[in-house]
Ligand binder design. Structure first.
Ligand code: TLP
Length: 362
């Protein structure tokens, strides 16, 4: 294996910065189950304020943030209307069924963006099917490539939800990335929703945690669910302190991750046997199509580049705060070595090496 591995599996692999570690060591804490941790209270107020919502609740993970929100919003036996390939369904182990008793109703979402009319068509109060319980969006949409949902679409889907009397939740694990890409404050991204789960442990680099924001009444209900799920944490200010540093110092640097993803995507797309749709590289993720994702990920790992294989043909590369200058070039050089022997099956090239035709595969 070449030198130090470059870890592009996820932005969750980032380690706390020196400033975070100092803040953790010095955090003022109390028993948060008694509501006595001042640092947790500060983090919750900070994120609620940044997101433009009345109240925040610190939860251990994005999964718990989403699942608590769904459980609060929708009655058991109802449907969660979700964009296809949404994290709340694909990667949360069926939690919406296990915890809240919900079934998913998918709407098509090319590039992660549903059409408001498809959401409207998915709403039902028919006697013969499960009633609609909640509408969900994901911004950025992970499985679609870290793509950004435009604000006007988020608002228009919100109008549909409101007209139908349905609560509206955002999986905003990477809402700060969406805000950076759209060049708006994160409150704009979070504005149309009744609740948003924002992760501190992804692009912002905190070691643990998410904040679920919404109204004061929503927070009261969510607080009970968090406890029910075993998410009542005691001196959690040690973790919240890192979250405060993350929000205050790391959200402004996300453009750097996005520029690196674009450079990485451009370089990867030039390699034999690799197909990258640069139109989907909006933020810090690059999805590359190859003939055999498992073999390609193993070849990359041997050269010192760690990525996730998703499905049989997709590789996901994620840029993040722990990358150093030059890591993208180093990763590309290693990828070129790893893919040397792969067939150039995905693309056809002209004499000058330019891609002439791409075969798009699922
Ligand atoms: N996603 C992880 C993996 O689970 C795939 C990653 O590496 O990207 N919503 C979205 C959109 C997410 O991408 C994730 C994490 C979550 C929610 C859940 O967050 P955690 O891992 O904190 O429970």
């Amino acid at each position: 294996m070449a030198d130090t591995p470059i870890d592009l599996r996820s932005d969750t692999v980032t380690r706390p910065t020196e400033a975070m570690r100092r803040a953790m060591a010095e955090a003022e804490v109390g028993d948060d189950v008694y509501g006595e941790d001042p640092t947790v209270a500060r983090l919750e107020a900070l994120v609620a304020e940044r997101a433009g919502h009345a109240a925040g609740l610190f939860v251990p993970s994005g999964t718990m943030g989403n699942q608590v929100a769904l459980a609060v919003h929708a009655p058991r036996g109802s449907e969660a209307i979700v964009p296809e390939r949404a994290h709340v369904y694909e990667y949360e182990l069926g939690a919406m069924a296990v915890i809240a008793g919900l079934v998913p109703r998918f709407v098509p979402a090319p590039a992660g963006v549903p059409r408001p009319e498809d959401v409207r068509a998915a709403v039902t109060d028919s006697l013969h099917v499960a009633p609609s319980g909640v509408v969900v969006l994901e911004n950025t949409h992970n499985r679609a490539g870290g793509t950004v949902v435009p604000l006007e679409v988020a608002r228009a889907v919100g109008d549909v939800a409101r007209a139908a009397g349905l609560p509206y939740h955002l999986d905003g694990a990477r809402a700060w990335n969406a805000a950076a890409a759209l060049q708006v404050p994160v409150a704009e991204v979070c504005g149309p929703f009744d609740s948003v789960s924002l992760c501190l442990s992804k692009g912002l680099g905190a070691p643990v945690g998410s904040v679920l924001v919404g109204s004061a009444a929503f927070r009261r209900a969510a607080h009970r669910y968090r406890k029910l799920l075993g998410g009542g944490m005691r001196q959690a200010g040690v973790l919240a302190a890192a979250g405060i540093v993350a929000v205050e110092t790391m959200s402004e640097r996300l453009d750097e991750d996005h520029a690196r993803a674009r450079a990485l995507g451009t370089g990867l797309g030039r390699l034999p046997g690799v197909l990258v749709d640069l139109a989907t590289v909006h933020t810090n993720m690059v999805y590359a199509q190859v003939d055999d994702a498992t073999a390609a990920a193993a070849a990359l790992a041997r050269e010192g580049v760690l990525v996730n294989a998703l499905g049989t043909r997709s590789l996901r590369f994620v840029t993040h705060a722990d990358l150093a200058d030059g890591d993208v070039d180093r990763a590309l050089a290693r990828a070129a070595r790893a893919f040397e022997h792969l067939a150039d099956g995905a693309v056809e090239r002209g004499a000058d090496g330019a891609v002439e035709r791409r075969t798009v595969r699922s």
